[in-house]
Design a protein around this ligand. Structure first.
Ligand code: BES
Ligand code: MN
Ligand code: ZN
Length: 490
């Protein structure tokens, strides 16, 4: 589904279908009235028929003629002003209802409907992101296509000024990043290996003109990344450390760094996970997928920032060579870690990556990880968990997420919790017991996140959906991209 803007008056536009908002069950917007006038009041008549329920997302098809053969009236809800939620429902309902129609190109006037506290740019972006979400398919591993081709293929958004096309360009780049993150997340572990992720990064670097470097086992040994390497020991797949660099600002400006957990399959290792739903542990690289997707969005938009993306990636497997509970390893930072549970592997690969990024002298580092089941228990599937010692950075990330419908909720990170990580034999243990499991995981990371402003996003509950329609969500690409867009402006 491709979105574009046009400054032509809605009444004069030519398309197979138009999505026209109806406010409070009865009222047309300016563009809707224009179309109604050109077509002899047929829209007003259809509304008077009472066949369109006011509930946001309800639709009524009206057959017209000439340069506009049909209109889908889309109810925006009971109130004259939509909420963010009801606007989203209306857009989803309208675009879904347009799917079966024989129209390749649609125009949408839905952004003419008022939304409390939101401007036209926000409404345009929301339409693009929702449309692209509806259009997403992952069928590359099916031999036969199961779903109908996506319709409408093109959606034109009539706007007052040409400047509005920037909002559509932003949302399109973000949607491209989301799609990339979904594709990588949905690919199973036998396809999406650390080597595959590295190849994907190389390809993206070629396409978008980024610097790329992929460190192999020997280079990681030379850097003394004992924590990362301890996770890779049980696997026959070689681990990688992927580094992508984008320069959109002066070379002197310190970069922002994003670090993504890239466990391409998490069996738990010797602390083996139970069999039920273990397939979902192919999603354990969704942090990596999201930072790669965000890099795509940033590079496509040519944002005026410097960005470094670092992805430590490996499988977590049991084997005769695998790390055992009780083993003690030395991390790149020099701190020793007692590995009491080999299933707490995310923090082990991230801690060395957090030490490694120091060489880029970043101003800010955000790591993203499907880190703990405890985060799912704490927050469910709505908000990602946000941990940061910096109130300012936490607020920036919360605002960025809230604005784009990809929210995070701040969790505590007090020193009191560090006690739970005490080890009788090493500097730190890799688990802190059952209480506050997502907090002690963040506390573990905090010991390595030194020399820059830091935040950690635990996306265990938000990166994918379980059940019959299971699949990667692409989160938190919108949050991260929106955060970087704000940084590029500020
Ligand atoms: N990848 C998992 C976290 C996870 C579990 C994400 C379920 C989404 C759903 C992580 O590596 C893990 O296994 N964490 C353990 C930590 C524990 C051993 C301290 C967990 O959450 O059980
Ligand atoms: Mn694990
Ligand atoms: Zn994991």
């Amino acid at each position: 589904m491709q979105f574009s803007t046009r400054t032509t008056a809605p009444g004069r536009m030519r398309a197979g279908c138009a999505l026209v908002p109806v406010l409070a069950g009865k009222e047309l917007t300016a563009g809707g009235k224009e179309i109604d006038a050109v077509h002899g009041g047929r829209l007003a008549k259809a509304i008077r028929s009472g066949d369109l329920p006011a509930k946001a997302g309800s639709t009524l098809l009206v057959q017209l003629d000439g340069h506009l053969p049909r209109v889908l009236l889309v109810a925006m809800g009971d109130a004259r002003e939509a909420t963010e939620k009801s606007f989203g429902e209306a857009v989803r309902g309208g675009l879904r209802a347009a799917g079966p129609l024989a129209a390749d190109e649609a125009i949408s006037l839905l952004h003419e409907a008022p939304v409390a506290g939101r401007d036209t740019g926000w409404k345009l972006r929301a339409q693009v992101l929702i449309g692209r979400e509806i259009a997403y398919r992952f069928e590359t591993l099916k031999t036969r296509r199961e779903t109908q081709p996506v319709r409408p293929r093109r959606v034109v958004l009539p706007v007052q000024s040409a400047g509005m096309s920037a909002a559509v360009a932003q949302a399109t780049a973000i949607a491209n990043g989301v799609d990339m993150a979904k594709d990588l997340g949905n690919l199973p572990g036998n396809h999406c290996t650390p080597t595959y992720l590295a190849e994907t990064a190389r390809k993206m670097a070629r396409e978008l003109g980024l610097k790329v470097e992929v460190l192999d086992t020997r280079q990681m040994q030379a850097l003394k990344m004992g924590a990362l390497l301890s996770v890779a020991r049980g696997s026959d797949q070689p681990p990688k450390l992927i580094v992508l660099r984008y320069q959109g600002a002066g070379a002197k400006q310190p970069p922002i760094a994003l670090v993504g957990k890239g466990i391409t399959f998490d069996t738990g290792g010797i602390s083996l996970k139970p069999a039920a739903e273990m397939d979902e542990m192919k999603f354990d690289m969704c942090g990596a997928a999201s930072v790669l997707g965000t890099m795509r969005a940033v590079a496509e938009l040519g944002l005026k920032i410097n960005l470094v993306v670092v992805v430590p990636t490996t499988e977590n497997m049991p084997s005769g060579r695998a790390t055992k509970p009780g083993d003690i390893v030395t991390s790149m930072s020099g701190q020793t870690v007692e590995i009491l549970n080999t299933d707490a592997e995310g923090r082990l690969i991230l801690c060395d990556a957090l030490t490694y990024v120091q060489r880029f002298k970043p101003s800010t580092v955000v790591d993203v990880a499907t880190l703990t089941g405890a985060c799912v228990i704490a927050l469910g599937h709505h908000h990602s968990g946000l941990f940061s010692p910096s109130d300012a950075l936490a607020a920036e990330l919360q605002d960025a997420g809230r604005e784009i419908g990809d929210s995070c909720w701040r969790m505590p990170l007090d020193d009191e919790y560090q006690e739970q990580l005490k080890s009788p034999f090493a500097d730190v243990a890799n688990i802190g017991g059952r209480p506050a499991g997502s907090v002690t995981a963040a506390c573990f990371l905090s010991r390595f996140a030194k020399g820059y402003d830091w935040a950690h996003l635990d996306i265990a509950g938000t990166a994918w959906k379980s059940g019959a329609n299971k699949g990667a969500s692409g989160r938190p690409v919108p949050l991260l991209a929106n955060f970087l867009l704000a940084r590029a402006k500020g």
